[in-house]
Design a protein around this ligand. Structure first.
Ligand code: PGA
Length: 251
């Protein structure tokens, strides 16, 4: 099944708007043949739990700390799981830009998985150069986050290729399908070398200026197993059009 993840980021402004957005998603998703995941802000997440729906819940981040403790303001992976989330995004470029280090991302990846969350690890270069250094960047991010992970845990992992230059309103635009194809092939090879057979089964998503017009190409010719969507995930009609398209494709 293709995986379509909506990262709401720090939107919408109020809980009542968040409720309308989630209601529209759940209604429109029906019995989806794609895996749909919505990642609202943590403050809203718990209120969406406990409803039978084909829209799974995910968090946009977890704390570095596990379990419980005297850590004011922190939310552990176990707490996120108990809120009803089954996914977590780790290593998003906006968090990396905010100071998150490779070491932090490695810890969060391991701990997200250990808490029983399917962990979506984001990787991607800041910019492109003629010499292809972006492969080295992505390789280093993957190796750093995943080196110590047992191959038996690989089934709880999803990797999202998100080139930073393609993300958000100020982006140069989405990556071309050729770029995405080349990088998903490269990431799959790296994952296979890290985890063997289990590595080949790890879904690889693309994210960065995805919309209802370009989604199909990423999911077919570019070989992505799914999409990580920012802005368009706040527009239920457009987001659901992508999910519907994804559901109509063979795995
Ligand atoms: P965008 O964001 O779809 O708004 O470009 C993607 C992301 O940050 O995951």
């Amino acid at each position: 099944m293709k995986i379509i993840v909506g990262n709401w980021k720090m939107f919408p402004a109020s809980f009542s708007e968040a409720k309308s957005l989630m209601a529209a998603l759940r209604k429109g998703a029906g019995k989806s043949r794609a895996t749909i995941v919505a990642c609202p802000p943590l403050a809203y997440l718990g209120a969406f739990a406990g409803v039978k729906s084909s829209v799974a819940l995910g968090a946009q981040d977890i704390s570095l700390f596990v379990g419980t403790g005297a850590r004011t303001g922190e939310v552990s992976p176990e707490m996120v799981k108990s809120l009803g989330a089954s996914y977590v995004i780790v290593g998003h470029s906006e968090r990396r830009a905010g100071g998150e280090t490779e070491e932090t991302i490695t810890t969060k990846t391991t701990q997200g998985i250990q808490a029983g969350l399917t962990t979506i690890l984001c990787v991607g270069e800041k910019d492109r150069d003629a010499s292809g250094a972006y492969f080295t960047v992505v390789r280093a991010q993957l190796r750093s986050a995943l080196e110590g992970l047992a191959s038996g845990r690989a089934k709880q992992l999803v990797v999202a290729y998100e080139p930073v230059w393609a993300i958000g309103a100020k982006a140069k635009g989405a990556a071309t399908p050729e770029i995405v194809r080349e990088m998903t092939v490269y990431i799959r090879k790296e994952l296979a070398s890290l985890f063997g057979k289990s590595g080949r089964a790890i879904p690889v998503l693309y994210g960065g200026s995805v919309d209802e017009r370009n989604a199909k190409e990423y999911l077919t010719t570019s070989g992505a197993d799914g999409l990580l969507i920012g802005r368009v995930s706040l527009e239920p009609t457009r987001f659901l059009a992508i999910a519907k398209e994804a559901g109509s494709l063979p795995v």
